[in-house]
Design a protein around this ligand. Structure first.
Ligand code: BG6
Length: 482
């Protein structure tokens, strides 16, 4: 059951992902999808909208009639028990018709203020009384801060146990985010160096070209810190910094990630200014077009104090990472759409190339998350035909270059994982809680001090100059991502 079936996420991501799974034979014929949303629609109308969204997302989608015949629609009132009872009886009929053995997934892809109410009703009105499995998939935002997240968690835990809850962080479904573990734990050459003796700093960048678009109402209350840092950025950091798990099971991996978040040094009061930088985009040129400032966007306050950019320095207080800064930055309306991780290794103990007055470039390992997917290793080698002189060379592995196949969409993987009952790439409550408690301290300071310099970076740039100074203070600079 997809709650929010007429919404943007369902149309753009969920229906096309279900279709891809169907085409690959990962969904048998024994499945039904009930679209749940407020507006009245017939099954036929709903099927037609599923068809349109698949066709617009996937070229050559071909014959869709069989696929869409599995889709049904229920017009729903989220606060009314009788509406849940009607949904229940519909689900029971479909269960018999498709021999579903009482297995149910409830996907909440809608306004977060209803997450708790829906979960409570699902239990109270008997939809979770099934013989098979019951699972709740829940989209972000999972709360607005630690307090509201706790409250929401309490509500959903009344109806579902922790291992039945699949909290989506779609970054965890990305091919190269999943590859962080493989690169680290399946290669003898990286793991021995993966610590403060050999790594000087780590930089995680997720930049976007898009602005806030039509989401001003949500974004004004969220800002980049809650929208990107609390979830996607900290999840990538946890994967980069975790200890090798004793085996690749959900519980073992999650418990190692939790330890990283626990070791992250909390920032208090004045430290926030020292370790974190916020930005808000002004107008500027992007792809040859003038774009407006954030505070001129629809549903955004002219005097807005909301950040559309965050850069920060994280420190992880454990044996492996003490002394290694992990820098993160993310923002909207930046020069490029790019998510990249740069691992900068320490300089070698002595430079033998000093006679040529050459400074050696540090070795870098770059993990390209998107739009390219792959890894690049920067080494130094001799330029042919020259004096002894070292020059940087790039060893490149591009995922897409291999077979020219599109890797599966994050949502496709995550839906499949959920159907198989694998929660590894979803966030556990402990991770959510620890991330909120880190982020809350920063938002407390930011919300209580008006940032007079806003807007402080031009659209189409890589963010405010303070973000560069953050690294300069430590003798580093952001490696270019474009
Ligand atoms: C979402 C945020 O979680 O991630 C959006 O709410 C953001 O504001 C998006 O644009 C970025 O995702 P991706 O996959 O395009 O990097």
């Amino acid at each position: 059951m997809i709650f929010g079936a007429t919404g943007d996420l369902a149309k753009r991501k969920l229906f096309p992902s279900l279709y891809r799974l169907y085409k690959k034979g990962r969904l048998s014929e024994r499945f039904a999808v009930v679209g749940v949303a407020r507006r009245p629609l017939s099954d036929d109308e709903f099927q037609a909208s599923v068809k349109t969204s698949v066709e617009s997302a996937i070229k050559d989608s071909g014959e869709l009639e069989d696929f869409i015949s599995h889709f049904y629609y229920h017009s729903h009132d989220v606060t009314d028990s009788s509406s849940y009872l009607a949904l229940k009886s519909m689900a029971e009929k479909l269960d018999t018709h498709y021999s579903l053995e009482g297995n149910r997934i409830f996907y909440l892809a809608m306004a977060p203020e209803f997450f708790g109410t829906i979960a409570e009703h699902l239990k109270a009105d008997g939809l979770t009384d099934v013989d098979g499995f019951k699972r709740l998939v829940i989209e972000k935002p999972f709360g607005h801060d630690l307090e509201s997240a706790k409250q929401l968690n309490k509500q959903i835990r009344k109806a579902f146990s922790e291992n039945e809850i699949y909290r989506i962080d779609h970054y965890l479904g990305k091919e190269m985010v999943q590859n962080i573990e493989v690169i680290r734990f399946a290669n003898a050459i990286f793991e021995p160096l993966w610590n403060n003796r050999y790594i000087s700093n780590i930089q995680v960048t997720s930049s976007e070209v898009l602005g806030v678009e039509e989401r001003g109402r949500y974004y004004e209350k969220s800002g980049a810190l809650r929208d990107m840092v609390q979830n996607h950025m900290l999840q990538m950091v946890a994967l980069l910094a975790m200890e090798p798990p004793i085996r690749l099971t959900t519980d073992e991996i999650r418990s190692e990630k939790v330890k990283v978040l626990r070791a992250m040094r909390p920032l208090e009061g004045d430290q926030v200014k020292e370790y974190f930088v916020r930005g808000q985009y002004g107008k500027g040129q992007l792809n040859g077009k003038e774009v407006p400032a954030y505070n001129e966007e629809p549903m955004v306050d002219e005097q807005s104090n909301t950040e559309t950019y965050v850069a920060g320095k994280l420190t992880i207080d454990n044996f492996r990472w003490a002394g290694v800064p992990i820098y993160i930055r993310t923002g909207k309306r930046m020069a490029a759409k790019s998510t990249k991780i740069v691992i900068q290794f320490k300089d070698i103990p002595m430079n033998l190339y000093y006679q040529t007055e050459q400074t050696l470039n540090p070795n870098l390992l770059v993990i390209h998350i998107q739009p390219e997917e792959g890894i690049t290793l920067y080494l130094n080698a001799q330029k042919s035909g020259q004096n002894i002189e070292a020059t940087p060379v790039k060893l490149n592995f591009a995922n897409k270059g291999i077979d020219d196949m599109n890797t599966p969409e994050a949502y496709e993987r995550l839906l499949y994982d959920c159907m198989r009952g694998d929660a590894t790439n979803f966030t556990h409550w402990d991770e959510v809680a620890l991330s909120w408690s880190f982020v809350d301290k920063i938002s407390d300071v930011w919300e209580n001090t008006k940032e007079e310099s806003f807007p402080n970076y031009e659209s189409g740039s890589m963010g405010p100059k303070e973000a560069d100074q953050l690294l300069e203070k430590d003798g580093f600079f952001w490696w270019p991502v474009t």
